[in-house]
Design a binder for this molecule. Structure first.
Ligand code: PLP
Length: 461
């Protein structure tokens, strides 16, 4: 950002006049205007008034290698000068997407065969649904079209991905979800498990809920289930041990595919390169985005198993050439950024670092919040965590939603120079910092969060 633009006094006025913000309370925005970030370095951001913040969320769970990585900027610059763009339709392509596809297939958590590139997590999940449909048409199962997601799951906001997302607030006003989507129970111990329920019993209940739904719908009508290894926006919800083994057994009984939505968990967030490894998940299709480029430029991918790939290829005899793709599919500049980003992750050992710093962060969160009277649960895995606040612990009782507890904490945290997020449909705040965060910065992040929580709790008494 050059200094002329940075100091333009009218930026806030121009924003209010012209910029349509995503996921924003628009009437409030018209009154209050934007927060404008102009600079980033490591885990630190600076706004247009010179105020500095720890970015406790790595943007939207995505700037995994941190801000200001010159290696990625150089790779983007080099690619832009050499060849900014050519498409991948009709067997054309460029060099960097080929190299990236090879690298992704080599590093996949379970054997995968091909990668289809898009621009966002949402469009990738739309593509996954189309792949499942095409595959089932190709193998003569045209009724196998329903997709099951989970309550609280987040899979994006396009018309299909937004339907998969299991959050009523993202459906209302948009006539979603579409009719082929169903939702099953979230593995959300705080609200879905009986008090004192063992992991085994909770897993069995969740697997039964899914199987009952598949049977009620008719297994011949269900094509796939989509799940984040650990739910992000839905509340940082870590399923009980053995969950994905039980889910896979249900899906195998009914010939249903499993899509792992690794948009947040891919490339190290859970302390393993992929969430499927951490959670012992055996997907047929994997969605990646965010951390693939650390968000320096948009890129997403659908990894496809050999079984699905072969089914699609064989289907061409009756269905014709594969009629799906975006102008920007396999964009060479995005692929160059991804290759540079993966180089950093590997060279700097950032996956192991995410595991290590994650363990430190969880110890700090426990120390700062475990004995807090209004903390219902502290959860997470690797370098992602959340604190859920409750009005009463025994039995767990939610705050009145109109109190907007989490939103107020997030606002108070901003005053203390910390960016965190209030997650929808609960009083939960989340942490998902860049992997380069130091122990000292984690300590600062957690103590700023505690100050914010105390400030809001003081207002309640
Ligand atoms: N899937 C998951 C798990 C996500 O967390 C997100 C975004 O947060 C998406 C999909 C959608 O990605 P995008 O916002 O790039 O469309």
């Amino acid at each position: 950002m050059n200094t002329v633009l940075r100091n333009t006094p009218d930026l806030e006025t121009l924003d209010k006049r012209y910029l349509f913000h995503p996921f924003t309370a628009l009437a409030d925005h018209e009154r209050n205007g934007p927060m404008i970030i102009v600079k980033g370095e490591g885990v630190w951001l600076e706004d247009n008034n010179g105020k500095r913040y720890i970015d406790g969320m790595a943007g939207l769970w995505c700037v995994n290698v941190g801000y200001g990585r010159k290696e990625i900027a150089d790779a983007i610059q080099h690619q832009a000068v050499t060849l900014p763009y050519f498409h991948s339709f009709s067997s054309w392509t460029t060099d960097t997407p080929i190299l990236l596809a090879e690298r992704l297939i080599e590093m996949a958590p379970v054997p995968m065969s091909k990668v289809f590139f898009g621009q966002s997590g949402s469009d990738a999940n739309d593509t996954q649904v189309k792949l499942v449909w095409y595959y089932n048409n190709a193998r003569g199962k045209p009724l196998k079209k329903k997709i099951i997601a989970r309550n609280r799951g987040y899979h994006g906001v396009t018309v299909v991905a937004g339907s998969l997302t299991g959050m009523p607030s993202l459906h209302s006003g948009f006539d979603l979800p579409l009719s082929f989507v169903r939702h099953t129970t979230a593995p959300y111990r705080l609200w879905e498990a009986e008090p004192g329920m063992s992991d085994e019993a909770f897993t069995a209940k969740l697997a039964k809920d899914l199987e009952d739904l598949i049977v009620a719908e008719g297994p011949d009508t269900v094509g796939a289930v989509i799940m984040e290894p650990v739910m992000g926006a839905g509340g940082v919800i870590v399923p009980p041990k053995g969950y994905y083994k039980a889910i896979r057994a249900v899906l195998d009984r009914h010939d249903v595919l499993l899509i792992a939505d690794e948009v947040i968990s891919g490339f190290g967030r859970l302390g393993t390169m992929f969430g499927a490894t951490a959670m012992e998940m055996q997907p047929d299709l994997i969605t990646v985005a965010k951390g693939i480029t650390s968000a320096y430029v948009p890129l997403s991918g659908c990894m496809v198993s050999e079984k699905v790939w072969r089914g699609i290829v064989d289907g061409q005899a009756t269905l014709g050439a594969f009629g799906h793709g975006y102008t920007y599919s396999a964009h060479p500049l995005a692929a160059a950024a991804a290759l540079a980003n993966l180089d950093i992750i590997e060279k700097d050992g950032l996956v192991a670092q995410a595991a290590d710093r994650g363990a430190f962060m969880h110890r700090q969160l426990q120390r700062a919040f475990a004995d807090h009277p209004l903390v219902g649960e502290i959860r997470g895995m690797g370098l992602v965590g959340a604190i859920e606040f409750v009005a009463k612990k025994q039995p767990a009782t939610r705050f009145e939603p109109s109190l907007k507890i989490a939103g107020r904490i997030v606002k108070a945290a901003l005053a203390h120079g910390l960016i965190t997020r209030a997650l929808p449909h609960a009083d939960t705040i989340s942490f998902s910092p860049p992997f380069v965060i130091s122990e000292d910065e984690i300590t600062q992040m957690v103590s700023r969060a505690r100050e914010a929580v105390d400030a809001v709790m003081d207002e309640l008494v």
